[in-house]
Design a protein around this ligand. Structure first.
Ligand code: ATP
Ligand code: MG
Length: 432
């Protein structure tokens, strides 16, 4: 006898989405698409693999993602390729490549899996899904505000608005940030206290002095150094300051609540001016469900003419984890009607009727029992399917050319109907 093989398992941090979860995904995807659609955004579909160079040049060499999180490999031609860790770079690459940015503006969305070799934990995976939005060619703060309006409307629709907080900041231009970076470096150097700083802080500082400011380390020395550090807002130029003020003003006028978080710097190099995050405290330390900002400079960095860009990405798994905490998510059932067939004639008649029902009732979700079984066992399966109604066909019904219809969810007498009446009934009961 052949020895039983050991089963192969999925890759750590990469998860299957099982059938019982996929209805939640559909529900979320549908809601998001409706919201972005209501602002006139169009979908762009992008490859999952890009040249490694694209991410190095856009995200930045000295970032967590490029330094230690990318899935990079040589293909058979020895070209270095990378599984996309995020969508912004690929989206911009595609728009530049196809000339979409010549004197035009575009409002786009993309959706799909991203890959980062991080330490897997709740809310942090190696394959995860992002829904992203990007707007090109629009310079004013109104488009920055639209990013917030879209996400705000979505949280409202999903029922999680009261669980999230909007944090905003302005990073200024890259020149302003450079000046600020020097000031921060001087500040920490003057303190001459590196020996007292803990490793998280020092590591962040060495990678990027600004990242040290959002270090979670809570030793008195680091906290004191962070709290007394210069403020980025003092280094913003006239134009950046005005842009940020106008952005806030629009949010105020639309009564969108926010908190200015001066420590919000984001982990990617390409941001300038407005940045924002939607954060919850209900998911432990993986609390950011959506993050984004303006990245005007990236277009030139990728070989385009000076232009404007802003966008955000949300983590689908984290949003779903928040949604799971809700009680009443209105998930559409997989099956509306389950057909029970007992006996050879019934099986034949049922199959024909089922196809006729699908022909005539657009949107009907009808599952036919296969594999036989008694009325009792088929009723059990009907109940388990989640269907609201069962159509029952036995020998008598098959002979007469009618069916029995029974509600599975409310106490009601089973009724006998001919096929035409059945169609009318289902149409009105299921609002088809
Ligand atoms: P974090 O600070 O949590 O590492 P990030 O700044 O790396 O997030 P972005 O690159 O801005 O995240 O991605 C946008 C969103 O994608 C995040 O706010 C989060 O919701 C989600 N996300 C990022 N990395 C992961 C991951 N490894 N697993 C699941 N979701 C993720
Ligand atoms: Mg990260």
């Amino acid at each position: 006898m052949a020895k039983q093989q050991q089963a192969i398992q999925s890759i750590r941090g990469m998860h299957d989405i099982l059938p019982e979860q996929s209805s939640y995904w559909h529900w979320l995807e549908k809601n998001i698409k409706e919201v972005v659609g209501s602002y006139g955004y169009q979908e762009i579909r992008l490859p999952i693999v890009e040249k490694t160079e694209l991410f190095k040049r856009s995200i930045g060499e000295v970032t967590d993602i490029v330094e230690k999180e990318m899935y990079t490999f040589d293909d058979r031609n020895n070209d270095s390729l990378t599984l996309r860790p995020e969508g912004t770079a690929g989206c911009l690459r595609a728009c530049l490549e196809h000339g979409l940015l010549h004197n035009q503006s575009h409002r786009l969305w993309y959706y799909g899996p991203m890959f980062r070799h991080e330490r897997p934990q709740k809310g942090r995976y190696r394959q995860f899904y992002q829904f992203g939005v990007e707007a090109y060619g629009i310079s004013g703060p109104d488009i920055d505000a639209e990013m917030i309006l879209i996400t705000h409307r979505l949280w409202k629709k999903l029922g999680i608005l009261d669980k999230v907080e909007l944090q905003i900041n302005s990073l200024g231009t890259s020149e302003e940030r450079l000046k600020y970076q020097i000031a921060v470096r001087d500040h920490f150097n003057n303190r001459g206290m590196f020996a007292k700083f803990d490793s998280d802080f020092v590591e962040r500082y060495q990678r990027n002095p600004l990242r040290a400011l959002d270090s979670k380390s809570d030793t008195p020395a680091t906290q004191d150094a962070i709290n007394t550090a210069p403020k980025l807002s003092d280094y913003l130029g006239e134009e950046s300051r005005k842009h940020f003020d106008e952005f806030k003003q629009i949010l105020d006028e639309l009564k969108i609540q926010y908190r200015v978080n001066e420590r919000l710097v984001r982990g990617l190099d390409y941001y300038s001016k407005t940045v924002f995050e939607w954060v919850t405290d209900e998911l432990g330390s993986q609390g950011t469900i959506c993050a984004g900002g303006r990245y005007d400079g990236l277009i030139e960095q990728l070989g385009g003419k000076p232009n404007h860009a802003i966008g955000f990405a949300m983590g689908m798994e984290r949003i779903l984890a928040l949604v799971e905490l809700l009680e009443n998510v209105d998930i559409a059932p997989t099956v509306d009607v389950y057909m029970i067939r007992v006996g050879e004639a019934a099986e034949q008649a049922g199959m024909i009727l089922a196809e006729r029902l699908r022909d005539q009732l657009d949107g009907l979700k009808l599952q036919v029992n296969f594999g036989g079984g008694s009325f009792k066992s088929q009723f059990k399966k009907a109940d388990k399917s989640g269907a609201a109604y069962a159509i029952i066909i036995g020998d008598d019904e098959a002979q007469r050319g009618d069916v029995a219809l029974k509600s599975l969810r409310v106490e009601q007498e089973q009724i006998t109907l001919n096929h035409d009446d059945l169609i009318d009934r289902l149409k009105s009961h299921l609002s088809l």
